[in-house]
Design a protein around this ligand. Structure first.
Ligand code: AMP
Ligand code: TRP
Length: 325
């Protein structure tokens, strides 16, 4: 199956991003034809700093390679290296009613949030995203829940185009991780873990061992003593059990069993040890990659070359169907 997903280069990654999204992509690489794209043209639809842009992209590329994206198994590239994304977005834009764009949830949210910067790019964001996906005749698009509306939009655009100009695009399916994978804040297990949280609730992927230990030991639990999964009455402990289960590969039941006679403190210590064991190689690999800019740039260059080959084929057909040259 052809798999495509886009990553907005923004902010530091935390274990929620990893368990809720990135890990699925890494698993998909083994048996599919995957394209993963750093979407810099999407990133500039909200305020950004042009002076840092290239460093941000490089940093992001290092993050994803460090946690297991493998350039031998997938094409990893930067959107603006494949100009066909912009060409297709322009063409698709001519069959999309403006009203549909104005009704998109993300457009409404972001225009409220950046009310002095409501640009046409922000309105057209879903068209560029549809172009990203349709350009590669994608079968499957792994995304978070917040992007489901945009994927529905891309499917509609593909169907509309196919109806108007004859069968051209594959209509893609979304792949949304199951609910269970939402990681909660360590300080407030009613909220999902988020990088905008105060520092202590959010465990970043490249954190130092002492920090990991400090945050896990300080994680909110309850006044009981029993280590048991109960996401209604024991949200803090349940969240920690989920994190343990996902990083260890043990089923939740087996994690409960393993710690059935343990105190909260002992369990937290074991979780901190596990996270340090799993996250240290990520941090070390990232440091290596940051020292090896040439390798990272070459990876992105090769990825773009693969992507361009497919993109060019699709564009030939699209132009011909639309009576263009
Ligand atoms: P964000 O950085 O919030 O835009 O999220 C990027 C991706 O990570 C999305 O696909 C989300 O589904 C996923 N994600 C973000 N936060 C969490 C979380 N606390 N638990 C699980 N997945 C998350
Ligand atoms: N809009 C997506 C997000 O904010 C990123 C994205 C851009 C994307 N193009 C894509 C995701 C194509 C999947 C497929 O997360």
């Amino acid at each position: 199956m052809r798999v495509f997903s886009g990553i907005r280069p923004s902010g530091e990654l935390h274990i929620g991003n990893y368990l809720g999204a990135i890990k699925q992509w890494i698993d998909l690489q083994d048996n599919n034809d995957c394209l993963f794209c750093i979407v810099d043209w999407h990133a500039i639809t909200t305020p950004y700093n042009e002076k840092n842009m290239q460093d941000t992209i490089f940093d992001f590329a290092c993050d994803y390679l460090a946690v297991g994206l493998d350039p031998k198994k997938c094409s990893f590239f930067v959107q603006s290296d494949v100009k066909e994304h912009a060409e297709l977005a322009w063409l698709l834009g001519t069959i999309v009613p403006v009203g549909e764009l104005q009704r998109m949830t993300q457009f409404k949210d972001k225009s409220k949030k950046h009310s002095t910067y409501v640009n046409a790019g922000l309105l057209n964001y879903p068209i560029l995203m549809a172009a990203d996906i349709l350009l590669y005749q994608t079968d499957i698009v792994p995304i978070g829940k917040d992007q489901v509306q945009h994927l529905e939009f891309a499917r509609n655009v593909a169907e509309k185009f196919n109806k108007k100009f004859g069968k051209t695009f594959k209509v893609p399916e979304s792949l949304v991780p199951k609910d269970g994978a939402t990681i909660k804040s360590l300080q407030n297990p009613d909220k999902k873990m988020s990088k905008t949280d105060d520092g202590k609730g959010c465990l970043f992927l490249f954190e130092e061992p002492e920090q990991i230990r400090k945050k896990i030991m300080a994680a909110e639990t309850d006044s009981e003593t029993k280590i048991k999964y109960d996401d209604k009455n024991k949200k803090g402990i349940s969240n920690l059990l989920v994190i343990y289960s996902l990083f260890s590969g043990l089923a939740l039941k087996d994690v409960e069993k393993k710690f059935t006679a343990a105190q909260y403190g002992e369990f937290k210590k074991a979780l901190a040890d596990l996270l340090i064991e799993k996250l240290t190689p990520f941090r070390e690999r990232k440091e290596e990659l940051k020292e090896n800019r040439a390798f990272v740039e070459e990876t992105l260059r090769c990825g773009a070359q693969n992507a361009r080959t497919i993109a060019k084929e699709t564009m030939e057909i699209v132009r011909q169907k639309m009576g263009l040259r």
